[in-house]
Design a binder for this molecule. Structure first.
Ligand SMILES: Cc1cc2nc3c(=O)[nH]c(=O)nc-3n(C[C@H](O)[C@H](O)[C@H](O)COP(=O)(O)OP(=O)(O)OC[C@H]3O[C@@H](n4cnc5c(N)ncnc54)[C@H](O)[C@@H]3O)c2cc1C
Length: 478
């Protein structure tokens, strides 16, 4: 009879590694499975940053302590080793198609202050994974690379996980299998989630790029076949950048869009002497979060249960919390205590993520080009935002900072450019309606080959949402 584990963790991303380390530290028998053969490799698009260093994220402040090579989250209460390089990010600039930047912070000023003023840092995830693998092995976790999980079967006493010709038995499973979680789909946890669209991405690591080394950059592209976002952040390695093209419209040719930004207009100027070092891609199914992530002895965590992406910091936090929770749940079972740990996790998840953040506001990050229909209109609107806004690198906050400033300018816009005002008002519509154009042509994907998304009736935008949006419209019109 094969070994029965206390917990089987599927997915060795930041969440799965952290869950394995925590459960291992607490003395559980842990198996960590990932489909990747080289478990510390990182092969998909990600800007590889730690976000939100000037304000709490999911209730915790992030510290990168380079003196002792540790990342810590407090008051969450854990730290982990990171002995790789990093680059500070001091500002986030949103460029209009005209080349006019709306600045959240000014890097030249914040650089003078140093680490305290950094809004985020770029790290290297392969080094982070190597550090985590060392820590996981030090607490006797059995690590199984090259296992593509295909089946999860709940049993009376736990759960059986099968994949790549092998079978694993555990009391619990933590599904940390990422944004396209096949496990969430198999356990029917996606049934009640609203599916927005897919976010499609291609990216290059590049050197020789001629821009500020500590500023994150976003811009929009209106191309012949659709709309895209251009995103660029420094890499951990000096002189390198992570350059990405993202689109929620599956009809767009991302390669052509990348070529456009690398050769044309104001961004083209930055890449005249640039060199591509490595290329990657990603597809992310975007849903609302799972509200009840525990079912049939399986706890679904991190990106697998979140809106599009929970960020590396959120993933580490979920992993730590899930590892601690399962440790408590196993102890409750062994001592025949009343089970409480899992419901505590679910409550924590609801409070610190589902209810703490406005997930519709997050989804607005991708939709502005669908609201402002012409590049000239976006350039006009961004052109009104001249003075720098507060520095920020929290995807839930940055859009709100810009939105709030823009709201103060609506009387000017309504008077000078009623055509633009009429389009901007669509941001007040029920967002699901605005998204309809891309939701209708998108289908979720899963990280389990052959798993087909169920046909689900399309969620209708309710009357209540429309009444609310109409109220906001009237208030603004006054
Ligand atoms: C384009 C892009 C840019 C991003 N930029 C940033 C950023 O700058 N900063 C930031 O904080 N976050 C960023 N993120 C988000 C960040 O990557 C995620 O939030 C984070 O990695 C989530 O961690 P996770 O452990 O939950 O999932 P993942 O990191 O996705 O790990 C999931 C693991 O599960 C494995 N797996 C999946 N299915 C199976 C299966 N069936 N069997 C076995 N193994 C399986 C995968 O191989 C993978 O190793 C970005 C994401 C994207 C797509």
């Amino acid at each position: 009879m094969a070994k029965k584990y206390d917990v089987i963790i599927v997915g060795a991303g930041p969440a799965g590694f952290m869950a394995a380390r925590t459960a291992g530290e607490n003395g559980l028998d842990v198996a960590l499975l990932d489909k990747k053969k080289d478990i510390t490799s990182f092969n998909r698009s990600c800007a590889q940053t730690l976000v939100s260093m000037t304000e709490p994220y999911m209730g915790n402040l992030v510290v990168l302590n380079s003196r002792d090579n540790r990342i810590s989250l407090s008051p969450g209460g854990f730290s982990l080793k990171y002995d790789g390089p990093h680059t500070n990010m001091y500002a986030w600039s949103f460029y209009a198609p005209s080349g006019h930047p709306v600045r959240l912070g000014v890097a030249a000023e914040s650089r003078k202050i140093g680490d305290l003023a950094r809004i985020g840092v770029a790290i290297d995830k392969e080094i982070l994974f190597q550090n985590l693998l060392d820590e996981v092995k030090a607490v006797s976790v059995d690590v199984f690379p090259g296992i593509q999980v295909e089946k999860v079967t709940p049993t009376a006493e736990g759960v059986i996980i099968e994949g790549s010709g092998q079978s694993f038995e555990g009391t619990y499973c933590i599904a940390a299998d990422g944004v396209n979680s096949g496990i969430a789909e198999m356990l029917e946890m996606n049934d009640d989630r609203y599916y927005w669209c897919n976010l499609n991405v291609i990216s290059h690591y590049m050197s020789g790029v001629d821009t500020d080394p500590n500023t994150v950059i976003t811009s929009s592209g209106y191309l012949d076949d659709g709309k895209v976002l251009f995103f660029m952040a420094p890499r951990a390695f000096e002189g390198e950048f992570n350059v990405q093209i993202l689109s929620i419209d599956p009809r767009v040719n991302l390669k052509k869009a990348m070529e456009h930004f690398l050769t044309q207009g104001f961004t083209g100027e930055w890449f005249k002497n640039a060199k591509k070092l490595r290329s990657m891609s990603a597809i992310c199914s975007c849903y609302d979060p799972i509200e009840e992530p525990f079912k049939d002895n399986v706890l679904v965590i991190s990106d697998a249960a979140s809106t599009q992406e929970i960020e590396n910091i959120g993933a580490l936090m979920c992993g730590w919390k899930a590892g601690s929770t399962v440790s408590a749940a196993v102890r409750e079972r062994n001592l025949k205590l009343r089970p409480q740990a899992m419901s505590q996790y679910v409550n924590w998840w609801k409070e610190s993520f589902c209810n703490a953040y406005d997930h519709e506001a997050y989804m607005k990050n991708w939709i502005l080009t669908f609201v402002l229909t012409k590049p000239e209109k976006m350039s006009y609107a961004f052109g009104l935002l001249d003075a720098p806004l507060p520095a920020n690198f929290n995807p839930y906050t940055a859009g709100k900072i810009m939105g709030a400033k823009m709201a103060t300018l609506t009387p000017v816009i309504a008077q000078e450019r009623p055509d633009i005002w009429h389009e901007l008002v669509r941001l007040r519509w029920p967002l699901k309606e605005v998204y309809g154009e891309v939701t209708d042509v998108s289908k979720p994907i899963f990280d389990i080959p052959g798993l087909i998304p169920k046909a689900r009736p399309k969620a209708k935008v309710g009357r209540e949402a429309w009444v609310k949006s109409f109220g906001r419209f009237l208030k603004e019109k006054k």
